[in-house]
Design a protein around this ligand. Sequence first.
Ligand SMILES: O=C(O)CCC(=O)C(=O)O
Length: 306
Amino acid sequence: MSLPTWTRDAGTMKRDIDEHGYCLVEDALTSSQLAEARERISEQAEAERKAGVAFMRDGTIGTEHVPGNNQNVNFLANKGQIFREMASRPDILDIVRHVLGEEIRIHNLLAIIVRIGGQEMGLHTDQWFVPSANPYDEPPMRPGSITRASPGQPDTLGPTLMPCIVCNVFWMLDDFTTENGATFIVPGSHKSGRRPNKDDRADQMQVIGPAGNCFIFDGRLFHGTGPHLSQDPTVERKALTFAYIPPMFKPHENYTLALRPEVYEEASQELLDLMGFKVWFGNGHLGDHAAKRITRDTPIIGELKP
Ligand SMILES: O=C(O)CCC(=O)C(=O)O
């Protein structure tokens, strides 16, 4: 089957992500949405640098991030209405639900800005934290010992194939080019049942396309940021990475604690559900195991005496 091409057809997107581990969504943003998202992210990124709270990285994945010119802007739920709108887009969530199932939660909403000097990032999966099944005769995996550098998947083909539990929507706010750090992906790697190794570079390709498009990929797909090859300091590759998980996993960003009060007050119930204010079979309850939802006003029962 030939590799995915840019499309607006949801059926094609679903077949592509099942078969190849990713799909390419054409014209995902209108020009005014694109302009608004670009302006908001540039402004926020600059302000975070000036305030000394920016998360700078060079694209390397090891045990810790390494500061460089690349910049992540985290927790976008608190940083602009446009991001909250994009995070709950029904047409996009239809594809995410096709991959993960009906009940989904937001894992993280962040921007990655690649700049001059940005290094190629190691190939990785987005569900590195998920433990895979072990053969009976191997030492048991200890899930609490998993780290990014020592993921939960085996080096060689596993005995089973873990389901996809992260689905990532990658919004392109600049044209993605070979010069500015377009994402590398390894098509079909979501079915490998293992973690990536250096030989996988031979099968990688870059996602090249215009600003305003997005691509959606399976959390098992091998991928990583491309290197920034331009010498021009004004050339950036701005992208938003909006990841979703099913409700039994802990999200990367803690919305129930850190969503700002004014955002919480104005948020739709659907957005709050996506952010984990919806309880799933008791998962996330505040003391009442039967509650369907939690709120910031839910009474919390402490020590009582008759
Ligand atoms: O920036 C990219 O193209 C990919 C980023 C990524 O995979 C990550 O930050 O985990």
